[in-house]
Ligand binder design. Structure first.
Ligand SMILES: [Zn+2]
Length: 408
């Protein structure tokens, strides 16, 4: 039986469809009045029943092949057909096809926000029990900031994403890559021609997919009436309800201007008077819990190489005031080869995460400006960015230096 659903804050068609087990198309089809408009809390939608589907087994079919063809997880197909022995399926057997959650877990689902991230993390961990995840801290609004590891090698590599709110596509990208890596690792198959098992027996990759969850939520969902920073955010955003240009955390601090590496220089260069959508360094380095979380996480581990994933520009920043090791240029050139991005040696930048990492450890640190256009990037760039960043990440795993950090 179809039923009524009342929209709550944060709902998108995708989120409701996913929660109710139907497709976005089915949900939109049952609610023609919402065409092209944004959902608002209190709005009542009709949630239709999932359309039941069947498939009659043909000569030569295998259970696995059918699951693949209909984009259904093997587990789901098995569960929906408890009386069927996958090894001896008679021609003419009528199989129930459960709703497709996709063979894959991560998207592509946009907007990709904090709820999607948490759900995907949970599902990934069920499918790939070797993934271990922890919280590295909490955002200003109390959201746990997750990080998880793939691989079990002695050399640690770290990648983080979505430190800038309107660059949230980077969270979807690293999550999807984590899934691809996990699948290749489990099955012992290559990814972009690389032997993932060999790489991940040398390296442990720590992924922090969304460092700024409050900011991502603001960009994706806008300002809701009960928001604890309602008045400030509106003021800091120049009175506009359009937060698509918002990069900062929820206190209007640009988290990538928060690190103690030339922080005063950055503050003077930015010359921003106070909280706002971007470029406000805060009143001192490391005042914001999200920046503190990733700094502490870095200090508590032994990362030999780090990548900070941003959008946009298709560029690779690999220097910091000449403190980077010589091998950084070589690694950046290899990143460029596999991604088509441009290595950029000298940019006017201080107080960024990679700046601080290079200064503290004299090890290779990179800011990857993926994709090209105006942030938030159009989501049709997702496949290309995923391919390019996969190449860079695999190269990073191969290149991670197995040496003692200098300066200790
Ligand atoms: Zn950025």
């Amino acid at each position: 039986m179809a039923y009524e659903y009342t929209v709550v804050k944060g709902d998108t068609l995708f989120r409701i469809a996913r929660r109710t087990g139907i497709t976005v198309g089915e949900l939109a089809g049952a609610n023609p009045q919402i065409q092209g408009s944004i959902l608002y809390p209190g709005q009542v939608l009709t949630v239709p029943d999932p359309i039941p589907r069947h498939y009659v087994v043909q000569r030569g079919d295998t259970f696995y092949e059918i699951a693949r063809r209909f984009n259904i997880a093997l587990d789901d197909l098995l569960r929906a057909n408890p009386g069927v022995d996958p090894a001896r399926m008679a021609i003419g057997t009528r199989l129930i096809l459960p709703p497709s959650r996709g063979m894959s877990i991560v998207g592509p689902a946009f907007p990709y926000g904090y709820p999607e991230l948490l759900e995907d993390l949970q599902l990934l961990q069920i499918r790939y029990p070797f993934l271990e995840y922890i919280d590295i801290g909490e955002s200003v609004l109390g959201k746990p900031i997750p990080a998880f590891k793939v691989g079990d090698g002695p050399v640690q590599v770290h990648v983080n994403a979505a430190i800038h709110a309107n660059e949230w596509i980077t969270a979807a990208v690293v999550m999807k890559i984590a899934e691809d890596l996990s699948e290749a690792y489990r099955n012992g198959v290559p990814l972009q021609g690389r032997d993932v098992r060999a790489l991940l027996s040398k390296v442990t990759l720590w992924i922090a997919p969304m460092l700024n969850p409050d900011g991502v939520e603001l960009v994706q969902e806008g300002l809701s009436a009960g928001h604890p920073y309602y008045r400030q955010l509106l003021e800091w955003n120049g009175g506009s309800y359009d937060f698509s240009g918002w990069k900062a955390n929820i206190r209007g601090v640009d988290l990538n201007d928060q690190f103690p590496a030339g922080w005063e220089i950055e503050r003077n260069r930015r010359a921003v008077a106070g909280p706002g959508p971007r470029d406000w360094t805060g009143t001192a380095p490391l005042t914001e819990p999200e920046a503190i979380a990733v700094a502490d996480f870095t200090r508590n581990n032994d990362f030999r190489l780090v990548l900070a994933l941003h959008t946009q520009g298709q560029e690779i920043y690999y220097t910091y005031r000449g403190l980077e090791p010589p091998v950084s240029a070589e690694i950046a050139a290899n990143f460029a080869r596999v991604s088509g991005y441009t290595p950029v040696a000298n940019i006017e930048s201080d107080a960024g995460y990679k700046d601080w990492f290079i200064q503290e450890y004299r090890l290779p640190g990179f800011t990857i400006e993926s994709g090209k256009g105006t942030n938030p990037l159009p989501t049709d760039q997702f496949p290309a960015i995923k391919r390019e960043v996969t190449g860079i990440l695999l190269e990073a795993l191969a290149a991670a230096p197995d040496v003692e950090p200098a300066g200790e």
